[in-house]
Design a binder for this molecule. Structure first.
Ligand code: SIN
Length: 475
């Protein structure tokens, strides 16, 4: 298991020699001691990235592409090992961890294909006094700050397009789950990535890490996935140096089930949208709106399915929901259930924390929830499904849009025209129409309103890591 930081193609102790413990959230036991980087290490990493980036920018796109493709192949070849690491440090069921590895690896394959297709434009100015040539050079050194809920995929979704476009990166992996990122670093080197292009500096002191990183002159961009609250702080810090930012922030997804929906399909979609990766995703369905005629059946069917989910260690056979990341997460879920029931909600199934060791919570369905309750306006990040009955389209669209966190929405109806028109009215960057899963490397991932800035994945993702330069000329 790799536990040292990665700078300039070498794994080493930090300048201070400090380490921190990584825990298995299913047991609370320490599984590794990882190098704890400080400001000197960040300065060193940025300097190395700066040098390496200049050579990389001049490397033919085909060569960049081949390295990314080899990384995809290596991740696939090491899928079981990577999934084991993800489950050990994050806790998610092994089946979800395997799904994450394949999702994460796919960003390398996709961007290997995009690396050779970065397009520019040429045109004639309206006055015909010049040609306008537009092209897209890389940005330079990019700082990436990634979350613990997808220890592999939230890194590769940024890293693969950044490298494909000719950038170098310095990554702050989450302190809860640094091990997967360090193993991916090793695989990148094995795939032939030149030294210095990817630098991974774990830390427990995020504030000084970020403050140091964004102050370094070669750093030109900050890409972050995490909460809206932290995103706002980072945006303020980035403003001091006018850094380009891509922000993938919080979600509070509505999941709308109309009377005419296929009930079985809606419940299946609801289980996926809520429960994948132990319900700790920002795309998770957070508010279930069921039209009055189907609300009772939908709530009962969802409660039955949630009640059948096996909670336990992610390594155990048949487990559908692993531990939450830490004790604070369980405390927050307990409080949300308490405040919802205090406002009149009824518990259809679950509702409580499960005794430790580890940080477990029962898959929970709440019926007849008051839309004014705190839970309707909080990103739950755990296995609680509150159901809110509604009567008509305008009312549900208004409730669905009653959030600043417009990341994802889900709509279930057999009437495709209604489904499309409601989808268009939802203020969210991604909509699942009769689908409980929207994430795909080929689609633009990102939110509206305070859910973020920019997009990751698809053909758009790579341009986030590019500048636009225009050359005025004639011949
Ligand atoms: C996230 O929860 O941050 C990402 C979810 C996904 O990519 O599916």
């Amino acid at each position: 298991m790799q536990t040292k930081m990665m700078i300039d193609g070498t794994f080493s102790d930090t300048a201070s020699g400090a380490v921190f413990e990584v825990e298995d959230p299913a047991t609370g036991e320490t599984i590794a001691e990882v190098a704890a980087g400080g400001p000197e290490d960040v300065v060193h990493a940025v300097a190395k990235a700066h040098v390496a980036q200049q050579r990389w920018a001049a490397t033919p796109p085909r060569d960049r592409s081949e390295i990314l493709r080899r990384t995809w192949e290596l991740m696939v070849a090491h899928a079981d090992e990577l999934a084991g690491l993800i489950t050990a440090e994050n806790g998610k069921p092994l089946s979800d961890a395997k799904g994450e590895v394949s999702y994460a690896a796919e960003f390398f394959r996709w961007n290997a294909e995009e690396a050779v297709r970065i397009r520019g434009q040429i045109g004639t100015a309206p006055a015909a006094d010049k040609r306008i040539i537009v092209h897209h050079p890389p940005i330079g050194v990019v700082v990436m700050i990634t979350p613990w809920n997808f220890p592999a995929a939230m890194i590769t979704r940024k890293l693969a397009p950044a490298l494909a476009a000719g950038n170098a990166v310095v990554i702050k992996p989450p302190k809860q789950t640094p091990l997967t990122s360090l193993r991916i670093g090793e695989l990148l080197l094995e795939a032939g990535l030149p030294d210095g292009l990817v630098n991974i500096v774990p830390t427990t002191d995020s504030s000084s890490w970020v403050e140091t990183a964004v102050a370094q002159t070669p750093v030109r961009m900050l890409s972050f996935t995490g909460s809206t609250e932290v995103g706002r702080i980072l945006l303020r810090q980035a403003a001091d140096r006018v850094l380009k930012t891509v922000m993938e922030l919080g979600g509070n997804a509505p999941f709308i089930v109309f009377d005419d929906a296929d009930l079985d399909a809606a419940v299946e979609g609801a289980m996926t949208a809520k429960m994948r990766h132990s319900a700790e995703t920002c795309t998770a369905a957070n508010r279930f709106y069921a039209q009055r005629g189907i609300a009772e059946d939908f709530t009962a069917a969802l409660a039955e399915r949630m009640g059948q989910v096996t909670v336990g260690r992610g390594t155990e056979e048949g487990v559908g929901c692993g531990p939450m990341i830490d004790a604070d997460a369980v405390e927050s879920l307990t409080r949300l259930v308490g405040s919802a029931t205090g406002d009149g909600a009824r518990i259809a199934v679950g509702g409580k924390a499960i005794d430790g060791p580890g940080h477990f919570f029962e898959p929970t369905v709440l019926g007849d929830v008051d839309h004014a309750s705190e839970i309707a306006h909080t990103e739950i990040f755990g296995p609680i499904a509150p159901v809110y009955p509604f009567d008509d389209v305008d009312a549900v669209v208004a409730m669905a849009n009653d959030t600043e966190l417009g990341l994802t929405g889900y709509v279930y109806t057999r009437d495709l025209a209604k489904g499309l028109s409601v989808s268009e009215r939802i203020q969210a960057g991604m909509i699942g129409l009769n689908k409980g899963l929207v994430s795909d490397p080929a689609s633009p991932f990102g939110g509206m309103k305070q859910s973020g800035l920019g997009r990751e994945g698809s053909t758009e993702g790579i341009y986030e890591f590019c500048e636009t330069q225009y050359i005025a000329t004639d011949w």
